[in-house]
Design a protein around this ligand. Structure first.
Ligand code: EPU
Length: 338
């Protein structure tokens, strides 16, 4: 297998940070991984699987091997009157996949329109937006075990999905290369319009007459109004997770700020909107050199030109400590920082 050296990663991360990988191999087919395994290249200590780099911040050059995922193609495995089982290889572009399924009139991915990145990154993160998560439609994940050279299949239950979380990010971090996902999409879509702006948009409509295309278009409109396009302004979406806190903490926050946006997770846990905390701490629209906090969504950090990863990371630390001292709430990074 061809391994390139000193490879510039600037086009392969949506923050557009200029760093280099010590070595990089382009994976076009599962057989490429088998070959690397046979050659012993996967014994390397530091291996990073990169798709479109839409959830990553590089603070330094990568002194290991990057596997650049370009395994493409999708196919309908089976279908009946109600469902389509679509197998999608992990190097496919996520927004293009959503558009394709929406054009077919299949329901399930419409709320996840325009999320940047590859299909392979979706289960790692259990991507979510506007009231939906990947786990709602995922059946199974096919993976290449880089320690054994064997292909395995994980059922949805085995993936351990949580809020922006899965076992591929925690327990099995670095062990598996995701090859494909199997999605169960509906031919009689049951639309999810719970997210307040979507509910409002369709409030006067007969739910039975709303198409998946209309929902997808509405989601795109909301996203484009709040979130910067990484092709124009480098960013990696939400930089932090929405923190999960106790009810006592919610009561404390609401006593001082009755407008605090929060959502119930379960009896004991509540999620507070990190964007709101950051805005209230005075960071929205702030800029330090070329590192900035987006003016329409404070949860998104942006590259205004030629920022370094280190500068973005320093800004994120300042935000964390200021939110912590003002509200006593810890913000955890959603983006992977290297
Ligand atoms: N808010 C503010 N100020 C801000 C940003 C948000 O006050 O600068 C308030 C909003 O007014 C609203 C609440 O915070 O009351 C929540 O905002 P929003 O609906 O925009 O969603 P979010 O919680 O900030 C999450 C996801 C996004 C996803 C949206 C929509 C996380 C970390 N982020 O953001 O996902 O698009 O919900 O579902 O869960 C991503 O993961 O990269 C991402 C963009």
């Amino acid at each position: 297998m061809l391994i390139k050296t000193d490879f510039c990663l600037q086009p392969f991360n949506t923050f557009h940070i200029k760093v280099f990988a010590r070595s990089l191999s382009i994976i076009g087919f599962p057989a490429d991984l088998e070959e690397l395994y046979e050659e012993g290249a996967l014994n390397e200590k530091s291996i990073l699987i990169l798709g479109e780099g839409s959830n990553i911040l590089f603070t330094k050059h990568y002194e290991g091997l990057i596997l650049l995922n370009q395994i493409r193609r999708m196919e309908v495995k089976t279908e009946d009157e109600d469902w389509v089982y679509l197998k999608v290889n992990s190097g496919e572009n996520w927004p293009a996949l959503v558009d394709y399924t929406v054009d077919q009139g299949w329901g399930g991915l419409e709320n996840l329109s325009l999320i940047p990145g590859t299909v392979g990154a979706a289960p790692v993160q259990n991507i979510g937006a506007y009231g939906a998560e990947l786990k709602d439609v995922l059946e199974s994940v096919e993976v290449f075990n880089m320690q054994t050279g064997k292909t395995e299949v994980f059922s949805k239950a085995e993936c351990g999905f949580g809020y922006r979380d899965s076992i591929f990010k925690t327990k099995y971090k670095g062990r598996y290369f995701i090859l494909s996902v199997l999605l169960k999409l509906s031919k009689n879509p049951n639309l999810n319009l719970e997210y307040a702006p979507l509910k409002k948009k369709f409030e006067n409509r007969d739910p039975g007459l709303i198409s998946v295309k209309e929902v997808s278009d509405a989601v795109k409109e909301i996203r484009l109004s709040k979130l910067p396009d990484p092709a124009k302004l480098g960013n990696a979406g939400s930089f932090f997770k929405n923190p999960v806190v106790s009810f006592a903490k919610i009561e404390e926050l609401a006593a001082e700020y009755p407008e605090t946006p929060f959502y119930k997770v379960d009896e004991e846990n509540y999620k507070v909107a990190a964007g709101w905390l950051i805005e209230k701490a005075g960071w929205k629209g702030k800029r330090i050199g070329d590192a900035g906090v987006h003016e329409k969504q404070a949860l998104v950090l942006v590259n205004y030109g030629s920022v370094t990863g280190e500068e973005i990371f320093k800004l994120s630390q300042k935000i964390q400590s200021s939110v912590n001292s003002k509200f006593g709430v810890e913000l955890e990074c959603e983006v992977t920082v290297f």
